[in-house]
Design a protein around this ligand. Structure first.
Ligand SMILES: [Zn+2]
Ligand SMILES: [Zn+2]
Length: 201
């Protein structure tokens, strides 16, 4: 479902096509009550057809497939002249970066006043606005919701964290931000302070 080589997720468009979209095309993410093994998230995404559609995605696919664990293709290893699994290579590269203190995604928690590492399921809402994206992120440590202003690459490409992000000086309620159109209106009316995202893990 997630292709780590293109950083896109596969969904279907009701107009009859399969589509691949990056994380920044997601608009809302909600964990479905009940399903636990695996947890399932209901998302909506902005489709290339111009519409916005619902989709379902398993927790593993949403949060961990970017590590390469689910990819079943091989590549020709020129050193050994053998076909090796891409998954093994990708997992090793990702694991090395995490050990070095990098994290695939991060955000600035306003309540705690510090950056925190996250996975995509921590994103509640994503809204495009001009050249940046507004993201509402639920902190995995303190559970508060912060709104950051980030680049598209920060959202779409694992380990490509913005050095500085915009942060709204306000703690949000997740329920109050549930409606994506309200979130977009909110983004237009707030001011952002700049904060550094250097993680001290
Ligand atoms: Zn569509
Ligand atoms: Zn926090």
């Amino acid at each position: 479902m997630y292709d780590p080589l293109t950083s896109t997720y596969a969904f279907s468009c009701p107009h009859g096509r399969g589509v691949r979209v990056p994380l920044s095309a997601f608009r809302t993410l909600d964990r479905l009550p009940g399903a636990a093994h695996p947890a399932v998230y209901r998302i909506s995404f902005a489709c290339g057809c111009g519409g916005e559609h619902p989709g379902l995605i398993a927790h593993d696919d949403l949060d961990w497939a970017h590590l390469g664990t689910t990819i079943d293709r091989t590549f020709r290893n020129l050193m050994t002249a053998r076909d090796d699994p891409i998954a093994t290579e990708l997992v090793e590269v990702s694991a090395g970066r995490i050990r070095a203190g990098e994290w695939p995604w991060s955000f600035f928690c306003f309540l705690e006043g510090r950056p925190r590492p996250v996975t995509p399921s921590a994103f509640a809402l994503i809204a495009p606005g001009g050249r940046a994206f507004g993201v509402a992120v639920q902190c995995p440590v303190c559970s508060s919701v912060s709104v950051n202003l980030v680049t598209r690459e920060h959202v779409d490409i694992p380990f490509r964290n913005d050095a500085r992000v915009g942060v709204v000086a306000h703690v949000f309620e997740r329920d109050a931000l549930r409606v994506a159109t309200d979130f977009r209106a909110e983004l237009d009316s707030v001011t952002f302070d700049e904060r550094r995202l250097d993680l001290e893990l």
